[in-house]
Design a protein around this ligand. Sequence first.
Ligand code: GRF
Length: 196
Amino acid sequence: MTRKRVAILISGRGSNMSALIEAAEAPDYPAEIVGVFSNRAAAPGLAIAASHGIATAVLAQSRFPSRDMFEDVMTQTLESWDVDIVCLAGFMRILGVDFVNHWAGRMINIHPSLLPLYKGLNTHALALADGATTHGCTVHFVTPGLDEGVLILQAQVPVLPGDTPEILADRVLVQEHRIYPEALRLLASGQISVSS
Ligand code: GRF
C-alpha cells in the first residue's frame, strides 16, 4: 500500500490535527502525516506535531506584502514535503482562489456545523440562538466559496437543555475527532473523489 502524504494546516489548539496524527499511526491507515503548517508561531498544535516527530513550518501572513505571496510560499513548503493531500484543521485564514484551485480535490476541511447551515464563525452560538435541536460537524472538500465544497461526512449531536456554546462545542468536537480521520481515510484510499 502506498500511503498518501498529508500536510495539516493549523492556527491553534490542534485537537483535530492530533486526531489525524493518531489515526495515521495505525499501520493500515492509507495516509501518513508528513508536515504541519501554522500561520501562528504560538499555535499549541505545533509542539504536539513535533512531539510525534512530524516536520513543522510557521509562516505569518503579516510578513508578506500580499496574500498571494504568502500562499505561494505556503505551496512551496507543502510541495517541499511532497504532499498529496492538505487537511485544514482550524486554519483561521480565508484562502485565495489560486491556492484553493491548486489543491482542488486534494484539500479538505472540518467545519463545526451541519453544512450548509452556519458557515463561517460562531456556529455553536448561532445554532443555540436558532433553537436548533440538532447540531454537528462536516468534513468537506475546499472550494473558493467559504465552507461550500462537496460534503464528505457529517455527524450529528443533540442540542440539550442548558447547553452553552462551549458545552455544545465540546460535544461536537468529539464527533469532529471521529469523522475527520474517517474522511481522510476515504480520500486517501481513493474511495471518494471530486472531478472539476
Ligand atoms: C474546530 O472546531 C474545527 O471544526 C474548526 O476549528 C476548530 C479547531 O479546533 N474548523 P482544533 O484546533 O482542531 O482543536
